[in-house]
Design a protein around this ligand. Structure first.
Ligand code: SAH
Length: 410
């Protein structure tokens, strides 16, 4: 690995609008470029920016990025504090402390260690897959702080390898000779990395998979599916690598049908089912069927053919990448509820999820329940869940995950 860049000694001094100052003091982690009223000099991505209040008193310190619509990613507010190895160590220790139960659980070795702004490290994600750590940068400001953070992670967790992942916008800019998927500590082979989730066996490709290799945020909802699956025929829509499918089978499902548009995702779901069947009798007993195709089309076909399932899981990708697509996203959720209800047998269960941060929990919840009412279906709500412990919500916009489990009475 080449030597990594370091932040400039000289900090960027900034003054920001009153509104931005109020928000930062209230815990908001971003300062947008249009709130910057003055700055001492242009600076480079990753330089430290000190925010002063109108009385020239220290208000906050954060990572500067002159090229992003978010100029400052706030690391600390209140009293002046140096951003040095001790600061990083304190932040990471606090993040690990929040996850102590997971770190000690033994039956789960795939989880998120650092969840960006929600753990006080804006735009930095660190995930663990068994012996491998993945550091994903969502801002180029992190390049010049990578070295001390990598050293702390290696010292505290002793991973076999650390993989660097770059979000698309970061990979497209100056990367200081580093590439997306590069191993920055230890060695990694082309083999997938094995990890456990709730005692079940999974694998991921941290160097190339979606996000950092898997969707770790659904672990607790997968356990919920396992708990309710016994004897049911289960439909897992947007299955990706079969996280829900394998949990349903382990819970004693009679059969599982996994649907995804990506052939590699369906191939991975088959591998995961086989991997667990070797050591888990209920998984070995469950029939596994798969369909590669558009979820809406496949669900429509199944519903038109009169197929019904004892449990339907719908976990789509985010439908609202922009504020303007929220209405479209809600429409898609309603359409999925409509199809999901047609496919759920009486007394069956429907688990519908949303990972669109722009769609509020209330709006999502109402969309599902209104759709059921319009169809004349009667539901009993069993669970409404948001974030698991390793994906904490640290500020108002930090929440995105919602999952509603209902029993369809009639
Ligand atoms: N439930 C999964 C995560 C789902 S991520 C888990 O537990 O890990 C969303 C998945 O939806 C991706 O695998 C993506 O390939 C798939 N997808 C996106 N659009 C789709 C569509 N229109 N039809 C079917 N699958 C789709």
């Amino acid at each position: 690995m080449r030597p990594l860049p370091h932040p400039a000694e000289r900090r960027v001094a900034v003054r920001v609008s009153r509104d931005a100052l109020r928000q930062v003091r209230g815990g908001h982690p971003w300062i947008y470029s249009d709130s910057i009223e003055s700055r001492s000099h242009a600076g480079d991505p990753g330089d430290l920016a000190v925010v002063f209040d109108p009385n020239r008193k220290f208000a906050a310190i954060g990572l500067w990025d002159p090229h992003s619509p978010i100029s400052v990613r706030v690391l600390h507010t209140g009293k002046p504090t140096p951003i040095d190895t001790d600061f990083w160590r304190r932040s990471i220790t606090a993040a690990l402390g929040r996850r102590r139960d997971l770190l000690e659980s033994g039956d789960t070795t795939g989880y998120r260690l650092v969840h960006g702004e929600n753990d006080g490290l804006p735009s930095l994600v660190i995930d663990r897959y068994g012996p491998v750590l993945v550091m994903k940068l969502y801002s180029p400001a992190w390049f010049c702080h990578l070295e001390p953070i990598l050293a702390i992670m290696v010292e505290m967790l002793e991973p076999e390898a650390v993989v660097l992942r770059l979000a698309r916008n970061v990979a497209a800019g100056e990367t200081h000779g580093l590439a997306d998927g590069e191993c920055i500590h230890g060695t990694i082979t082309d083999e997938p990395v094995a990890y456990h989730e709730n005692g079940l066996r999974f694998t991921a490709y941290p160097t190339s998979g979606q996000k950092t290799g898997a969707f770790l945020d659904q672990r607790e909802n997968r356990a919920l599916v396992r708990h309710h699956a016994k004897g049911r025929d289960v439909l897992d829509v947007f299955s990706y690598a079969g996280g829900f499918s394998v949990h349903a089978a382990a819970g004693g499902a009679r059969s599982v049908l996994s649907i995804d548009q990506a052939p590699q995702a369906i191939a991975a779901s088959k591998q995961h089912m086989a991997l667990n069947a070797a050591t888990n009798a209920p998984v070995a007993r469950a029939e596994h069927h798969t369909a590669v195709g558009d979820a809406f089309a496949v669900m429509t076909e199944l519903a038109d053919a009169g197929r019904q399932f004892g449990m339907v899981i719908i976990d789509p990708p985010s439908f609202a990448q922009r504020q303007s697509s929220v209405t479209g996203a809600l429409k898609a959720y309603r359409r999925l509820t409509d199809l999901g209800l047609r496919l759920t047998a009486p007394r069956g269960l429907l688990l519908q999820c949303s990972c669109s941060s722009r769609v509020s929990a209330d709006a999502f919840y109402s969309a599902v329940l209104d759709t059921a009412r319009q169809q004349g279906r009667h539901l009993t709500e069993l669970e409404f869940r948001e974030h698991p412990v390793d994906h904490p919500i640290g500020f108002a916009h930090g929440s995105y995950l919602k999952a509603l489990l209902v029993r369809v009475e009639s």
